[in-house]
Design a protein around this ligand. Structure first.
Ligand code: MG
Length: 429
């Protein structure tokens, strides 16, 4: 006989006054949400986002496609609701939430994910992170700028790049997992994964404790490590009494995002729910003011700089707090090159709040002199396509062709061959 069992818990931690996390455990759907926004707004955002998911519980789907569509619709509905509430109620401005949800359909588990809460799979002693963090530090890791170890201590590690409730358009990661007997799936907020190592979490999941004991142990470990943030975990276990029971603690191995490679345990479906190219891994901006991208971009840059600034001043740097680095684009120079940046064109103390999105082929010398100060200053774009369009529109210096000819005067004459090659190839001098 097969059955799925699930349990969840949440703890305020040792630093925060309130708990902005929320979770859902129902028969066929589980979820974790980590809200943000002051004065109860974060709690409202996270609990509101779970409501459409709750409505999925118990529904029967004819196939995987229908289940995945229903999950997508629930996440989109969650986003629309939180966006609307934030627009309607001034005290909810700026609220948002992460959302990591899993829907059971037969022996399949469909996962949808936005933000830096995580889903993990513990299978045959191997603990793997299923979801990618939508964070600034993950972006830096992907770019090869910092290591995973550096990311864990990075001052901007709590800065997320996608969230529910911030924009009418939402980009959602999705995947489908074929479950096997004894699989354990963990959904959790960063209040667990920040202070507690994957190894320690895996050892708890690999014990044969019941779910509530395991959950208590996870909360305890996060609090022993300082409990800097709200801690939430949901464990889902697939039991098959026909299969041979495993006894005692199992040895565990950690599979990181880097080494899981082309592993086929999860059918990673990419993202859904986004509008645009689909390749963009960041949230889009609100659709208003589209007609005046420069003005809109400027507004967004200013308001975000303020929001992020407040978040930093409010102790986020020290308490492991969260801020949303919602997406903005601007065009400026990096060294001599014209570059499209993502993020906010502002520094807060030692922190840079932007990174390179795309490099153009244009160098500052190619640009009309009168336009160079504009580039040095930087100017905003509404989205990546707008940014590309603006780059194409940058006025060029009129004598551009002459420099190109000069450059060709210096010809490469070294063909790399030497007249006395050693034909024996024994390498001795
Ligand atoms: Mg958190």
């Amino acid at each position: 006989m097969r059955r799925f069992i699930a349990a969840g818990t949440s703890d305020v931690g040792r630093v925060r006054e309130g708990n902005e996390d929320a979770y859902l455990v129902a028969d066929s759907v589980v979820a974790v949400a980590d809200g943000m926004g002051g004065h109860l707004a974060g709690e409202v955002a996270s609990s509101t986002a779970l409501e459409p998911l709750r409505e999925l519980d118990g529904r029967i789907f004819p196939d995987a496609g229908e289940a995945l569509t229903a999950l997508r619709d629930a996440v989109v509905a969650a986003n629309e609701t939180v966006v609307q509430m934030a627009a309607d109620e001034p005290s909810y401005r700026g609220m948002g939430t992460t959302l990591t949800a899993a829907l059971l359909e037969g022996r399949r588990l469909h996962v949808a994910h936005v933000g830096d809460s995580r889903a993990y799979l513990f299978r045959d002693g191997t603990f793997s992170q299923l979801t990618d963090d939508h964070t600034f530090v993950q972006h830096l890791i992907d770019e090869g700028q910092i290591t995973r170890e550096e990311a864990a201590k990075h001052p901007q590690r709590s800065m997320i790049t996608r969230a529910i409730g911030v924009s009418e358009e939402i980009d959602v990661d999705a995947m489908t997992l074929e479950l096997q007997p004894d699989d354990v799936v963990l959904l959790c907020s960063d209040g667990l994964t920040g202070p507690v190592s994957d190894q320690a979490i895996a050892e708890v999941l690999g014990s044969d404790d019941d779910l509530d004991t395991s959950l208590d142990r996870l909360i305890e470990m996060a609090n022993e490590a300082g409990g800097p943030d709200n801690i939430t975990a949901v464990i889902l276990r697939f039991e098959d009494s026909d299969a041979e029971a495993t006894q005692g603690p199992r040895p565990v191995a950690i599979q990181t995002r880097d080494d899981r490679g082309g592993d086929d345990w999860a059918n990673r479906l990419g993202s859904f729910g986004s509008i645009g190219s689909g390749g963009g891994s960041f949230i889009s901006q609100q659709s208003s003011d589209r007609d005046d991208p420069a003005r809109f971009g400027g507004l967004v840059l200013r308001s975000l700089a303020i929001v992020v600034g407040i978040a930093l001043l409010a102790g986020g740097l020290y308490g492991g707090g969260r801020f949303l680095l919602a997406q903005s684009y601007f065009i400026s120079l990096e060294e001599e090159q014209v570059v499209i940046f993502q993020g906010i064109d502002a520094d807060l103390g030692p922190l840079s709040l932007s990174w390179v999105s795309e490099r153009s082929e244009l160098m500052i010398d190619d640009v009309a002199p009168y336009y160079r100060p504009t580039l040095e200053e930087g100017f905003p774009a509404a989205d990546i396509n707008d940014a590309r369009r603006l780059v194409r529109g940058i006025p060029l210096r009129e004598d551009q062709g002459e420099d190109a000819e000069d450059a060709e005067d210096e010809l490469d004459t070294d063909d790399g061959a030497t007249p006395d090659e050693d034909a024996t190839g024994d390498g001795t001098p």
